[in-house]
Design a protein around this ligand. Structure first.
Ligand SMILES: CCCCCCCCCC(=O)SCCNC(=O)CCNC(=O)[C@H](O)C(C)(C)COP(=O)(O)OP(=O)(O)OC[C@H]1O[C@@H](n2cnc3c(N)ncnc32)[C@H](O)[C@@H]1OP(=O)(O)O
Ligand SMILES: Nc1ncnc2c1ncn2[C@@H]1O[C@H](COP(=O)(O)OP(=O)(O)OP(=O)(O)O)[C@@H](O)[C@H]1O
Ligand SMILES: O=C(O)CCC(=O)C(=O)O
Ligand SMILES: [Fe+2]
Ligand SMILES: [Mg+2]
Length: 331
């Protein structure tokens, strides 16, 4: 087909970027999918050349006002009800902040700093199927789309030990599937997020690097379970604070190094997110890789949850994943 002038211009710009050779991905079986060397985005007519270039160079794009106020209010309402245990969703994982672990548990959103795996809650999962989100996701994953991981993060006011921080990390550390370029996270602010309440902090361009070794950060006040950070994190790399309004959505690459600062306000800072992957991705064996430490932690937890049954790291992902578009070809 004829390449549009805009795409041509983009290609020229991309050719000037210095890219590692492992960025080459081509899925010949898919006519729509034709990413070539050094391309992280697909030409689906949605992204402007500037937006594509921005993702290629920075590893993320921020789309203002993508999710409606009404939808977000509905998600907030459902979140409150899930936390109060007024509704249940099979598989839902709730997390309490380290700072309040020792106190009595009261079922309330203020006691739950994060819920994960809401794929069985039809109302919250609606977020993962919003057409305006999937249109963007398709630019990174191609047409067969799996929602692999869901979260609603409710960053609590910091209790004084900086436990509300999320260390700098790459999400790929948690994923035993590849290629990385076919995975993308959508993260939507459910209210104003800024430096005060602990917005996302990103290191632009780090998506062109490789997966780094992750471990618990050596923080005086401790770190939450499974909150691994990049080992030997370069504090000199330029940082960008992503300040966002309610409904704004950032799409970012799973190798992009990011984290979030502490919440210095009295409110609970809320965001909803979903990690998507192309259904054409494949599982990998992480034994002997830097991901072995997280795989072991996950296995230990699933073992406890499912009464001693050994579930592989890969299977724990395969049963959480849900097809949201196209065909479930591999994952
Ligand atoms: C699979 C990972 C998915 C990540 C995907 C994509 C990229 C995203 C990057 C991240 O989000 S990194 C952070 C990922 N975080 C998590 O996945 C948190 C998951 N949290 C949980 O699964 C549960 O909150 C947890 C299993 C830790 C506890 O839930 P339980 O209902 O089992 O609680 P319980 O009260 O029984 O506590 C079990 C143990 O966990 C400990 N614990 C609970 N919350 C903790 C906490 N916040 N920090 C440290 N330890 C904690 C608790 O003290 C206790 O320790 P002991 O066994 O030694 O007694
Ligand atoms: N040693 C470290 N290892 C990994 N991540 C870190 C480390 N130190 C800070 N971070 C992360 O860097 C990001 C910024 O954190 P920080 O608390 O400094 O917030 P901030 O946005 O710089 O706020 P301010 O500078 O205004 O206090 C967070 O994701 C934080 O978890
Ligand atoms: O603080 C946040 O909302 C971001 C958390 C995050 O990066 C993650 O859970 O992977
Ligand atoms: Fe993350
Ligand atoms: Mg700081």
């Amino acid at each position: 087909t004829e390449m549009s002038r805009a795409a041509e211009r983009l290609r020229l710009l991309i050719n000037h970027l210095d890219r590692p050779s492992d960025a080459i991905v081509s899925f010949e079986s898919h006519p729509l999918i034709c990413k070539t060397q050094g391309e992280y985005t697909l030409d689906t007519d949605l992204l402007t050349p500037e937006q594509r270039l921005s993702y290629e160079q920075n590893g993320y794009i921020l789309i203002k006002n993508l999710v409606s106020e009404e939808d977000i209010n509905r998600f907030r309402y459902t979140h409150t009800r899930l936390c109060r245990q007024e509704v249940k969703a099979p598989g839902l994982v709730t997390m309490r902040d380290l700072a309040i672990l020792k106190s009595e548990f009261v079922p309330d959103q203020r006691a739950i700093s994060k819920i994960q795996d809401f794929q069985e809650d039809p109302e919250l999962f609606r977020y993962c199927t919003l057409p305006q989100i999937l249109k963007y996701v398709e630019c990174f994953t191609g047409p067969n789309i799996m929602a692999m991981h869901t979260m609603l993060i409710n960053k609590p006011p910091d209790a004084g030990k900086k436990t509300s921080r999320h260390p700098m990390h790459q999400d790929l550390h948690y994923f035993p599937f590849r290629p990385a370029d076919w995975i993308v996270c959508a993260w939507t602010a459910m209210e104003t997020v800024n430096r005060q309440n602990g917005c996302l902090v990103v290191l632009p361009g780090t998506h062109t690097g490789t997966l780094q070794e992750h471990d618990y950060p050596e923080w005086e006040g401790g770190a939450n379970k499974m909150y691994h950070g990049v080992r030997g994190y370069d504090s000199q790399h330029p940082r960008v604070h992503l300040e966002m309004e309610k409904g704004d959505t950032v799409f970012f690459h799973p190798l992009l190094i990011h984290g979030s600062g502490m919440n210095q306000t009295q409110g609970f800072r809320k965001a909803i997110s979903c990690h998507y992957a192309s259904a054409d991705c494949y599982y990998i064996d992480v034994n002997g890789t830097t991901q072995e430490n997280i795989a072991n932690e996950v296995k230990e937890i699933t073992m406890r949850k499912y009464a001693g049954q050994e579930i592989s790291f890969q299977d724990s992902w395969a049963f959480r994943g849900r097809l949201v578009k196209g065909e479930r070809t591999s994952l």
